[in-house]
Design a binder for this molecule. Structure first.
Ligand SMILES: Cc1ncc(C[n+]2csc(CCOP(=O)(O)OP(=O)(O)O)c2C)c(N)n1
Ligand code: SF4
Ligand SMILES: [Mg+2]
Length: 282
């Protein structure tokens, strides 16, 4: 038997695809400087690294600027309705477990109208990846506060700020049962690509929160590139410690972290070999 036949599929396929093979050719309509460009680049690089043929990948989204992303990639795509990316992605995985299913969207889509689906997708632990482009605002509908907006963010729509404690997506995901949880930054597409590769390889539900600036409605977020700093923190197996760490760091969003636990994914979903997780952002 040749070496190629005994190697894991993702190793055999390495270097077969370039990042550009995952681009659809459609020109993004995002504002120049929008963080979502970095997420698109990170996803394309990650899939090229994994050697996944575009026809074996399905991208599913809801509604929002960020949810336009599937249209810019050459994989299969499903641009659905607001807040419903995760149930659609879960359904696709159930009937086609051999496909790589990736849900993408924004903080409004995933944590507000889709918040219930987020919690239960973590709990169901299907073997899919969920990438949220968090700009702490509803970009597409012109700047309303979202669940992750800071309480004192002052705007014409919410003068003086909404005064509510922000939703903590990382802590919620871990506490709800997600197997792999990480935070990345759109200004670091290579680091993000590493997190995406790890998230896809890790069995069960993988969630990656990406700090992705909306430079139009939150121009102050262009400062993120000066303050976001990677960290090598990795917590494995200890769900309580990981949740506590994420809860304690709510205010300081300026880190990347990887938290992974090994709860078995749902039986009806494809089982992947367990690969070691790396300190992707160290
Ligand atoms: C059922 C429903 N309610 C409200 C809307 C209006 N709407 C479209 S996008 C959006 C928010 C998008 O915010 P987010 O998910 O953070 O994406 P972003 O544009 O910031 O990337 C809303 C409220 C809708 N399309 N459908
Ligand atoms: S409005 Fe904001 S989120 Fe939407 S494309 Fe422009 S910069 Fe990006
Ligand atoms: Mg948003």
């Amino acid at each position: 038997m040749s070496d190629a036949a005994t190697k894991p599929v993702h190793d055999q396929a390495l270097c077969v695809f370039a990042a550009k093979d995952f681009a659809s050719g459609a020109h993004p309509v995002w504002c120049p400087g929008c963080g979502d460009y970095g997420v698109l680049a990170g996803l394309e690089r990650a899939l090229a690294t994994l050697g996944k043929p575009p026809h074996e990948v399905v991208l599913v989204s809801g509604i929002g600027c960020s949810s336009r992303l599937p249209g810019y990639m050459s994989t299969y795509g499903f641009h659905g309705v607001h807040g419903r990316a995760l149930p659609v992605a879960t359904g696709i995985k159930l009937v086609r477990p051999e496909l790589e299913v990736i849900a993408v969207g924004g903080d409004g889509d995933g944590y507000s109208i889709g918040g219930n689906h987020f919690i239960h997708a973590c709990r169901r632990n299907a073997d899919i990846l969920y990438v949220v482009m968090d700009n702490r605002v509803y970009g597409m509908t012109k700047g309303q506060p979202s669940p992750t907006t800071e309480p004192d963010w002052d705007s014409d729509i919410a003068p003086g700020g909404i005064g509510l404690r922000p939703f903590n997506p990382l802590a919620i995901a871990i506490a709800s049962g997600a197997n792999y949880v990480a935070r990345g930054f759109s200004g670091d597409p290579d680091g993000l690509a590493n997190l995406i590769v790890d998230g896809i390889r890790w069995p069960g539900f993988a969630f990656i929160e990406v700090l992705s600036p909306c430079i139009t409605f939150r121009p102050e977020q262009s400062e993120w590139k000066k303050v976001v700093r990677p960290t090598s923190l990795t917590i494995e197996q200890d769900r309580a410690a990981a949740t506590a760490w994420c809860s304690a760091t709510t205010a300081s969003a300026w880190v990347s972290c990887t938290v992974a636990t090994a709860r078995r994914p749902r039986r009806h979903c494809s089982r992947k070999s367990r690969l070691p997780i790396s300190n992707a952002n160290s």
